[in-house]
Design a protein around this ligand. Structure first.
Ligand code: SF4
Ligand code: SF4
Length: 148
């Protein structure tokens, strides 16, 4: 099994994406629906693409040139290949928790810990709450902090 096709990483990443995605545009969102694709930006598509390529996976780009993985009904990059987007939550990123939603915070960290344990087991990788994937002390993929 690799990071690209491990069923547990795929399952946990999908669960994390299902948890974090609805928060964009919600009550804690700084954009409040002002932007069509909220904080999706080409640079995050590029980071996801670089990671997918590193794992030997190529994903079609149905979106516009400035947001290549955004298809008509949403992002087509699978959650386990766009971890930088999947694990992103503004409250977690900014203050390390959502003080008004303890249930979300607990669920988030249960999933992230499980994801990290599996990433570590499969390929000695882990990911932090800003989307930086590390290999021990060495950063493998850096996420930008502009969403803060
Ligand atoms: S990343 Fe944060 S600011 Fe951007 S759309 Fe999602 S919740 Fe809103
Ligand atoms: S990879 Fe998908 S979720 Fe991430 S920025 Fe691009 S369109 Fe948005």
């Amino acid at each position: 099994m690799s990071l690209a096709d491990d069923p547990e990483i795929t399952r946990l990443s999908q669960a994390m994406a299902d948890l974090t995605r609805p928060r964009c545009g919600g009550p804690t969102c700084g954009w409040q629906g002002k932007a069509k694709f909220n904080c999706c930006e080409k640079m995050y598509c590029d980071i996801a693409e670089e990671y997918a390529n590193m794992l030997g996976v190529k994903v079609d780009k149905p979106g516009p040139i400035d947001l290549p993985y955004m298809g008509k009904t949403g992002c087509v990059m699978p959650p386990h290949l766009r971890l930088v987007c999947t694990v992103h939550d503004c409250q977690i990123n900014n203050v390390g928790a959502d003080p008004k939603d303890k249930k979300f915070t607990a669920h988030y960290f249960i999933l992230r810990d499980a994801l990290n344990q599996r990433l570590e087991k499969v390929d000695s990788k882990s990911i932090d709450d800003t989307g930086v994937i590390t290999d021990g002390s060495k950063s493998v993929m850096e996420a930008d902090q502009r969403r803060k």
